[in-house]
Design a protein around this ligand. Structure first.
Ligand code: PEP
Ligand code: MG
Length: 882
């Protein structure tokens, strides 16, 4: 087997296609080398080595040592330097690189190969003793931390002490002599603490670093990141060993990161930041605030742009930008270093971006001819749209801006200020909304960032850890907010006016403007035209599956249609019963002892229900509307409060005591499996009769008076045996025909059922004899298939997901192997009886991208989901085809 892949001098053994084997970084270093970009020579140890390493009890496969040695020799030959050579030493970086990018999650070691002898060679090469010892001490700090497990703070402490001794404040004020002395002191401290010498032998250093990178695949933060991002543990990481180039050898040196387009807005603008005389990690870590690359959008107060400071290198970088975009046909996220005026590329990858940017970039690139419509549609992840479809701050709302930082990741969020990731996580578990406020974030904060509504940092640029990770999570983030001064010890920060904001105070972040606002701010709905509209037009051209919405009132119906819903897949009539002015009549109906009493109450409800349906039909302008007859357990409507019982008893003319005992009588031990759904319709037929009458009268009136075309779809819930449906359908048809005859107009209607009990799915062929459509109620179907209560699962289901017993919450993403089989069987059996039967789904799963793709595959006609998720479902339905 081959384990190591070389790249250098225009030739590479790997390519961008080999991400699984070489990791993202390694594959792209190979690709960039091969297309002639300036990349320092190096080699990649494949992910297979990582997998074998863990399979074989942390032993490397045979032959690896030899391959590493011969590749290192090739790097030496190319660079004209030798690893460990006292006169002309080669130094290397050792970095991880998994298939999927995991920013900052795993370990990196720079300047490897330095020891007391080779440092002399670096002095000779660079002519800069201070630089050489600074590089050496950085290496000792990094290596002892990452490879040897030395406490970072202990060495930082020695460094601080030294500065005090010398009476200086900044690292840059220390001299060569100081650094040299510190190297010695660091090594002594390491020996004293760990009982182990710092390795002098470069070969030992190299293998120590390789082992640490493979080891970091299993560190706690990498494991958390993989869990949050669904990255399997057996993918493994590759290790990249590459000759060092230095961005910190003087003022003709620099290091930077850039995006070929703006990752926040998607604008076709070369967006980047760099630091003069710095090492790469300084930019990503957000310790110094970087300078812009190009000057077009430079703001007052920004440091000079690279375009002005290093015009030649800038021009080269601009060319590389265009080469990379033409080559990869996607927005790239790059890292580069300039050593003594010469530009080197250290990384390229497809850049993470906000939903807004993803759409703009996809649509722009199609217009530029870089990609076709199909690719453009596939470039936007359905789940990502969520970010865009959610409200942003109401521009008309009053707001008290207390600070302003960088608009690092858009959206808006309000919550209580919390200063530490563990506390943020704990607070979120209690259901609190929190904003995580940090000086800067590091990979150790990832769980707190995940738990928070939004993230605010005082330091760091648009490419700082906080910014990159928040964008990836689709979370609102304001970064580099120099206006605030964070005091962890006091659990507070001061704003730009010096006012104090304490832990627990509410703030609002606007991730699109960078504003930090005191208190809560109301939000408004998103804009759905422009590039979004263009992309969705393409989406609709590709998809087969129709998308409807679950909506119960005219307002939601309107929102649904604006989001592109092609009808209503579920109108839950019971939601209308809760309105203040009707709940009394509903209670009266339920609690009446006789038919007459119920009919009296129903007569009060009828005109209100009819009004609801008129409103919804009107909004839907002839699109199909599925109305479900009353479903939930009666007890949900029962009065609990003493005063409600009293006033109801008065209206109904019964004693308070009689009413109370009726309420008790209706109590159920297991209401979800009790007197609900069609069971109600069968025992109290007059309820469904009233609802059907309201639906048909509404339809007839609109057809007659306003010239509408409406085909109402009347849906009967919770059917288990065909005869339930048969009887209710006969009743419904009788009422429908009656109304139609009364109005003297022609209105077609359909009568169908929900498949939400396993027995219904198993006997769907029989049920289809009485149903013109099926709608899979996968909420109840999941509940009843798993025997898992919808209302109680929240107490233990998260444990199942966290510990891997279930891959995902089955109420969120359809359990394709279990519940999905019942759906599939229901479709097949339904169609076997009635080939033209309409099939849909209206459980929560109708808006979950993976479930939508499943629905496409089993051949449903439509999915139905909440209005805000309609665009997500449309896009997922297109992805299902492409
Ligand atoms: C279902 O059970 O999936 C469904 C849509 O109905 P409800 O959620 O109202 O029970
Ligand atoms: Mg249901």
């Amino acid at each position: 087997a081959k384990y190591v892949y070389f790249f250098g001098d225009g030739k590479a053994e790997g390519s961008a296609e080999m991400k699984n084997l070489l990791g993202g970084k390694g594959a792209n270093l190979a690709e960039m080398t091969a297309i002639g970009l300036p990349v320092p020579a190096g080699f990649t140890i494949s992910t297979e080595v990582c997998t074998e390493f863990y399979k074989n009890d942390r032993q490397y496969p045979a032959g690896l040592t030899h391959e590493v040695a011969s590749n290192l020799k090739m790097v030496e030959d190319l660079m004209g330097k030798k690893f460990g050579d006292p006169a002309n030493p080669l130094l290397v970086s050792v970095r991880s690189g998994a298939r999927a990018s995991m920013p900052g999650m795993m370990d990196t070691i720079l300047n490897l190969g330095l020891n007391d002898t080779t440092v002399q060679g670096i002095i000779a090469q660079s002519g800069d003793e201070r630089f050489a010892y600074d590089a050496y001490r950085r290496f000792v700090q990094m290596y002892s931390d990452v490879v040897m497990g030395m406490d970072k703070e202990a060495l930082e402490h020695i460094l601080e002490h030294k500065k005090e001794d010398r009476g200086v404040r900044l690292d840059t004020d220390l001299t060569a002599e100081d650094w040299k002395e510190l190297v010695g002191k660091f090594k002594t401290k390491i020996r004293e603490t760990l009982g182990q010498e710092f390795p002098e032998d470069p070969q030992e250093q190299l293998w120590g670093a390789i082992g640490a990178v493979f080891g970091s695949w299993m560190n706690a933060r990498a494991i958390t990141y993989r869990r949050l991002n669904n990255i399997p543990a057996d993918w493994g990481t590759a290790v990249n060993v590459q000759s060092m180039v230095f961005g910190n050898m003087g003022n003709d040196c620099a290091t930077g990161v850039a995006f070929t387009r703006d990752p926040s807005t998607g604008e076709n603008y070369f967006y980047g930041e760099y630091l003069v005389n710095a090492q790469g990690e300084d930019v990503v870590a957000g310790i110094r605030t970087p300078q812009p690359i190009n000057k077009a959008k430079k703001k007052d107060g920004d440091l000079p742009a690279m375009e002005d400071v290093m015009p030649d290198c800038y021009q080269q970088l601009v060319n590389i930008r265009s080469i990379l975009e033409k080559h990869y046909k996607d927005m790239q996220d790059i890292e580069f270093t300039i050593e003594k005026g010469k530009l080197y590329m250290l990384q390229t990858r497809n850049g993470k971006r906000t939903a807004k940017a993803a759409i703009k970039i996809a649509v722009d690139m199609e217009k530029e001819g870089l990609i076709d419509e199909r690719t453009a549609v596939l470039r936007v992840a359905p789940s990502q749209l969520d970010q865009l479809l959610h409200p942003s701050l109401d521009p008309k709302a009053e707001k008290k801006v207390i600070a302003k930082g960088l608009p690092a990741s858009p959206g808006a969020a309000s919550g209580e200020v919390i200063f530490n990731a563990d506390e943020a996580e704990a607070a979120a578990k209690l259901g609190l909304k929190v904003i995580l406020v940090r000086v800067e974030t590091s990979p150790e904060d990832i769980h707190g960032m995940h738990a928070a509504q939004g993230i605010l940092t005082a330091r760091g640029g648009m490419t700082s850890h906080a910014a990159v990770v928040a964008r990836g999570m689709g979370k609102c983030c304001v970064a580099g907010c120099g206006d605030i001064k964070v005091n962890y010890a006091a659990n507070q920060f001061t704003d730009r006016n010096g006012n104090i904001v304490k832990k627990g105070d509410i703030i609002t972040l606007d991730g699109s403007t960078g504003e930090v606002i005191l208190g809560m701010v109301p939000t408004v709905s998103p804009e759905l035209t422009g590039d979004f509209g263009t992309l969705m037009e393409w989406v609709d051209r590709f998809r087969r599956l129709k998308v409807r919405a679950n909506a119960d009132n005219p307002h939601d119906s309107k929102v649904a249609r604006e989001f592109g819903a092609q009808g209503i897949g579920l109108c839950r009539t019971e939601h209308m019963f809760f309105e203040a002015d009707r709940i009394a009549a509903v209670r009266e109906m339920i609690l009446s002892e006789d038919l007459e009493g119920r009919q009296r109450a129903l007569a009060k409800i009828l005109p209100m229900q009819k009004g609801d349906f008129v409103g919804i039909f009107r909004e839907m302008k002839g699109l199909p509307v599925t109305i479900r007859l009353l479903d939930p357990p009666l007890h949900e409507f029962l009065p609990q409060e003493e005063k409600d019982i009293e006033s109801l008893a008065k209206t109904m003319g019964v004693s308070i005591q009689a009413l109370k005992s009726k309420v008790e009588f209706l109590h159920e031990f297991n209401p979800m499996l009790g007197h609900r759904g069609c069971r109600l319709g069968l025992t109290f037929p007059e309820i469904y009769d009233m609802q059907v009458q309201a639906i048909m009268e509404a339809a007839c009136e609109l057809v007659k008076d306003e010239g509408f075309t409406i085909v109402p779809e009347i849906m009967i819930p919770l059917v288990a045996v065909v005869d339930e449906l048969k009887r209710l359908r006969e009743n419904a048809i009788r009422i429908c025909e009656d109304v139609i005859a009364r109005y003297g107009v022609k209105v077609d209607y359909l009568i169908g059922t929900m498949i939400e009990l396993p027995r219904a799915a198993l006997t769907a062929d029989e049920i289809a004899t009485e149903a013109e459509f099926f709608s899979f109620g996968t909420n109840d179907l999941t509940q009843t298939t798993f025997g898992l209560s919808r209302d109680d699962a929240g107490k233990f289901l998260p444990f199942y997901v966290e510990t891997g017993l279930l891959e995902e919450d089955p109420f969120v993403s359809l359990d394709q192997n279990g519940v999905g089989l019942l759906v599939k069987m229901g479709c097949e059996k339904g169609r076997s009886t009635r080939p033209e039967i309409k099939l849909g789904i209206c459980g929560e799963h109708g808006g979950d991208p993976a479930s939508v793709i499943f629905c496409h595959k089993v051949g449903l006609d439509y999915v139905s989901c909440s209005p805000f998720r309609v665009p997500i479902a449309r896009l997922a339905a297109a992805h299902a085809v492409l």
